[in-house]
Design a protein around this ligand. Structure first.
Ligand code: ZN
Length: 503
């Protein structure tokens, strides 16, 4: 075997172990009886330890170096071998830059501070969470120092690299600042408009079994392949991608709120179709993985929003309702349903926010975590600064910290640099969809007929099949011919929402 062949064989085995851990995690969220949690934690800890050991063994470093010395493997930076070496070098360097003691301390602090966060949020008492946040921040700064960042960068960049390779705080800001101003203006116009859509789904009685059958039908129709995937129930919806042949989606159901289950299933199915569209022959190597969290999120948002909140989709979907809900939905028109899934308005909670305000929620978090990481904001001042920005950006008064700066789990886990990937996903989704519309005339007319195969094929060819070949910024440039810009998202939102709000 050549060093490169040995490296890939070793990597495939490590990925197999990691995927086994993911499957155990899926089982924990969907099937595990409460009595099994302690044993499951030991199983997951054991596997995580083995994966880390295999990924950081000095032999991997030697194999990477020996492969890098063979010129032809990296001559074309977009070749399979060059991409795998690029990613393996990056992962190895990052993993080995963190001392084992720091990695262990981070994992322990993340676990205890998540417990503290749950209690602090229940009591809405920030003082209970503050010491843990401070400890997480201290460890995040240490981690950033181990990774290092470019001379013109900042500590935040070092951590964000885990989630969105190549993205920096300055780069995020360049897109977010103009987006923020335009979104606030659009929100103001919509709220001052003459019309306010209602949420008709809440009036329709929909039994659980019918909801389950209905959302499965939609997921299947938009292109999720159930011979290579499943849909189950969990407390928080997610997509677990073990292999293109085995992709697990989850959702949750609420009485008479099929709109919630529908949008979460379309979202997760979007992630799922991305994973199903990755090339199986690249499985177990970096090349066969999604390009980034932001690109992955663009796939879920495309199906949830660009498709699932579009008028043509509802023209099709409206006709499907009687099959599943009988007469229950008889009094509700296509127009009411379409308007109802596009209700916009300022709110306190990110995960319940609409397409316009969602991004403002993210910007508050990005600006604050950037300041926390840089040492410009003390943890003690987080609640006041959070509340001030919610008033300024969304014009809402935060009544308590549970509905304010303690609503998300991310910072309690030490995940700084993650939040912007959600808005990057929205931006990529809009920019890719704009290109798909230009490439495929009549695309949305097909939606109205229940045919989504054109869009799925386009995404398969332009995004999924590349896997991790191109860095997110390069993929965007390659697919759309332009760097990432706030314009496509703003144009899409204004064109859809202004008529609905009588603006
Ligand atoms: Zn998602």
């Amino acid at each position: 075997m050549t060093p490169y062949e040995e490296l890939i064989a070793h990597t495939r085995e490590t990925y197999l172990l990691a995927a086994t851990g993911e499957l155990l995690q899926w089982d924990q969220e969907t099937m595990l009886p409460p009595g099994g949690i302690a044993h499951r934690s030991r199983q997951l800890g054991q596997i995580a330890g083995l994966v880390h050991e295999r990924a950081t063994t000095p032999r991997v470093g030697e194999l990477i170096a020996a492969s890098e010395a063979i010129r032809e493997l990296s001559a074309d930076p977009a070749s399979d071998s060059a991409v795998n070496l690029r990613e393996l070098r990056r992962d190895y360097d990052r993993a080995t830059k963190i001392p084992a003691a720091l990695a262990r301390e981070k994992a322990e602090v993340a676990a205890t501070s998540q417990h503290a966060w749950v209690e602090a949020r229940e009591k809405s008492d920030f003082s209970l969470f503050r010491p843990f946040l401070e400890k997480n921040l201290e460890l995040a700064r240490k981690t950033a120092e181990c990774y290092g960042w470019p001379a013109d960068g900042e500590p935040w960049d070092a951590l964000a690299e885990d989630f969105e390779p190549g993205m920096t705080a300055a780069g995020v800001s360049r897109v977010f600042v103009p987006l923020r101003e335009s979104l606030r203006k659009l929100l103001g116009e919509l709220m001052a408009g003459g019309r306010r859509p209602a949420r008709p789904f809440e009036k329709i009685v929909m039994p659980l079994a019918a909801q389950q059958a209905f959302v499965r039908h939609v997921a299947e129709r938009i292109g999720f392949d159930f011979s290579r995937g499943r849909l189950d129930v969990s407390a928080h919806p997610f997509c677990s991608g073990h292999d293109p042949g085995d992709i697990r989606l989850t959702t949750r159901y609420r009485d008479n709120r099929v709109g919630d289950a529908l949008s979460s299933v379309m979202h997760e199915a979007g992630h799922g179709m991305y994973h199903q569209g990755l090339r199986p022959d690249h499985g177990g190597t970096p090349l066969g993985q999604p390009a980034s969290l932001g690109i992955n999120e663009s796939q879920s948002r495309t199906w949830e929003n660009q498709v699932g909140r579009s008028e043509p989709f509802w023209r099709w979907c409206h006709g499907e309702l009687p099959r599943f809900f009988g007469d229950a939905a008889a009094g509700v028109s296509v127009e009411e349903l379409y308007a109802g899934v596009n209700v916009v308005g300022p709110s306190l909670i990110r995960v319940e926010a609409d397409e316009v305000t969602y991004n403002l929620h993210i910007m508050v978090r990005f600006e604050l975590e950037r300041a926390l990481m840089a040492g410009d904001l003390a943890a003690a001042d987080l609640p006041a600064e959070w509340n001030r920005r919610y008033k300024e950006y969304l014009d809402v008064v935060v009544p308590n910290d549970a509905q304010g700066c303690m609503q998300d789990v991310h910072w309690s886990m030490g995940a700084f640099g993650y939040f912007p990937t959600y808005t990057l996903g929205n931006l990529y989704a809009a920019q890719f969809f704009e290109k798909a519309l230009a490439d495929l005339p009549g695309l949305t007319d097909a939606f109205a007929a229940g045919d989504f195969s054109g869009l799925k094929r386009w995404l398969n060819q332009n995004i999924h099949a590349h896997g991790n070949r191109y860095r997110p910024a390069d993929l965007c440039q390659r697919v759309t011919g332009k760097p990432l810009s706030p314009e496509p998202l703003l144009k899409y939102l204004a064109a859809k929402l202004k008529p609905l709000y009588g603006v």
